[in-house]
Write a protein that binds this ligand. Sequence first.
Ligand code: 5GP
Length: 206
Amino acid sequence: MIKEKGILFILSGPSGVGKGTVRKKLFEEETDLQYSISMTTRDRRPGEVDGVDYFYKTKEEFEQLIKDGQLLEYAQYVNNYYGTPRNYVEETLENGQDVFLEIEVQGALQVKENFPEGVFIFLFPPSLDELKNRIVSRGTESQELVLNRLKEARNEIEMMDAYDYVVVNDKVQHAVDKVKTIIKSEHLKRERIAKQYKKILEDELS
Ligand code: 5GP
C-alpha cells in the first residue's frame, strides 16, 4: 500500500478579514484536516487553552525556537511573535495527512518560499465588491475617502499575487464551503492521481 504525502493548505489574508472565524467553523465541519497549532508569545485570552488554541511561549523560549530552526515560518504581529512548528507540519504531511495553517500574510510568504507546493488561499474582505458598486453608482462619498479605499484595495490585490485561490469572506458559511471545495479539488488534481497510479504500476512491473 503506498502512502501519499498530505497536502499543506495555508489560509491567510489581511488583518481583520475573519481568518480565525472561518478556520474555526471549517474545523467544526471538516474532520480529515490536521490543524497546526501555532506558537505565540501573546497572552492567553479568557477561554483559550494552552496546546489547543496556541502553544504559549515566553519571548526567550520563542527566540530559542527561531535559533534552533524549529519554525517553518514566524512573524511579529502587534508586538508579539507567532510561528508554525516545523516538525509537526513535516511529520504530519509525511504521514499522509493534510495540514491546515491559518496565519498572517508575512508568514504565508515565508511558507511560499520554503514550501511552494503548498496550496495558498487568500481570504478577501467583501469590501472590494462594495467599493466596486460604489464607484459604479457614483455614490455620495467624498473623493478622498474613495481614493484612500482605492489605495488600500490596490495593496490588498497586490498581496494576492502569491496565492492560488481567493475566497471572499462575505458570509462565514460561504467562505467555509469554498475552502472545502478547494480542498476536495486539490485531491482530484491529475498530477496527484497520476502519480499514485504510476507508483502502483512501477511496483507491479518491477
Ligand atoms: P490572534 O492573536 O488574534 O490569535 O492572531 C493574530 C494574527 O496572527 C492572526 O492574523 C492569525 O492568523 C495570525 N497567526 C496565528 N498563528 C500564526 C502563525 O503561526 N504564524 C503567523 N505568521 N501568523 C499567525
